[in-house]
Design a protein around this ligand. Structure first.
Ligand SMILES: [Cu+2]
Length: 280
């Protein structure tokens, strides 16, 4: 009996901080939807092979603190990359795709994700309350039809895009993926910090090969065809949320296998289950 109580207490302790908050971060900040590969990662990215990625990589601003570092101390407050998860390359004027998992937050489809570009501040030491100094170079709803692999599963990947300005400074640039969850309780936000190496100007072979605007869905740089995993927005129904609205060209088998291997902790946790239930 006693050991049972201890176990229950331990489980409750583990579950508590998660129940109080959400979690999501950017897994890739330069995703190629055609090749389905990642060409750039955020700072200190541990990979989905880290079974503790939920706790290791979630960085929360809770309850509108008066002061808090913009980037997760000890992991994301320096330009910190590995050979396996390298930094991306900045090209002026280029549109990039971000890939992230929704971690069971299907009910928060309309919460905003932004990509903030900081031309004048150093995010290594920046307070998150100074984020208004950033240029918003990308903004989308957390879950948008046509931009998720499998909209109704806990660990589906979703995508958004950001476009760099035409004029970039000569050095590396700093950006932040910023999720305004702002629910349950209010004032919850999350950041993932990243840098892009100065890569000079983008090659533009012809006028017709311009980059897809942010608002028109997931951009495919130099795409000759659309990825089968992300249906074009035009094919997607207008509203979000219900099963019947899941777009038709998803690849459930592929995602299922991936989720089991990489996100079992998340999908089976009380946290992941909690916000899932009432989707419209
Ligand atoms: Cu969460």
């Amino acid at each position: 009996m006693r050991s049972f109580l201890l176990t229950a207490a331990a489980l409750a302790t583990l579950a508590l901080p998660q129940l109080a908050s959400a979690h999501t971060w950017a897994d890739c900040i330069d995703w190629d939807p055609v090749e389905r590969q990642c060409n750039g990662y955020p700072r200190g990215y541990p990979g989905r092979e880290d079974v503790n990625i939920n706790t290791d990589y979630t960085y929360l601003f809770s309850g509108t603190p008066s002061s808090q570092p913009m980037c997760q101390p000890g992991r994301q407050d320096t330009a910190n990359y590995s050979a396996k998860y390298p930094q991306g390359v900045a090209k002026a004027g280029k549109t990039y795709n971000v890939r992230y998992e929704i971690n069971g937050h299907q009910a928060y489809a309309t919460s905003k994700v932004k990509v903030l570009y900081f031309p004048d501040e150093n995010i290594d030491t920046l307070d998150y309350n100074k984020r208004s100094s950033a240029k918003v170079v990308g903004e989308w709803n957390f879950i948008t039809d046509g931009q998720c692999d499998l909209p109704l599963t806990d660990n589906t990947s979703c995508y958004g895009s950001y476009t760099l300005p035409d004029d970039l400074p000569s050095g590396d640039i700093q950006l932040v993926y910023f999720w305004e969850f702002n629910a349950n309780p209010a004032g919850q936000q999350y950041s993932t910090c990243f840098d892009l190496k100065n890569g000079g100007a983008m090659e533009r072979p012809s006028a017709s090969a311009t980059v897809t605007p942010v608002t028109s869905g997931v951009a495919a740089p130099a795409a000759t065809g659309t990825s089968t995993d992300m249906a074009p927005s035009a094919n997607a129904p207008t509203a979000t949320g219900t099963a019947s609205e899941v777009v038709g060209t998803t690849t459930p088998r592929k995602c299922r296998r991936k989720c089991r291997g990489q996100c079992s902790g998340s999908s089976s946790s009380p946290l992941a289950a909690a916000p899932t239930s009432p989707v419209n």
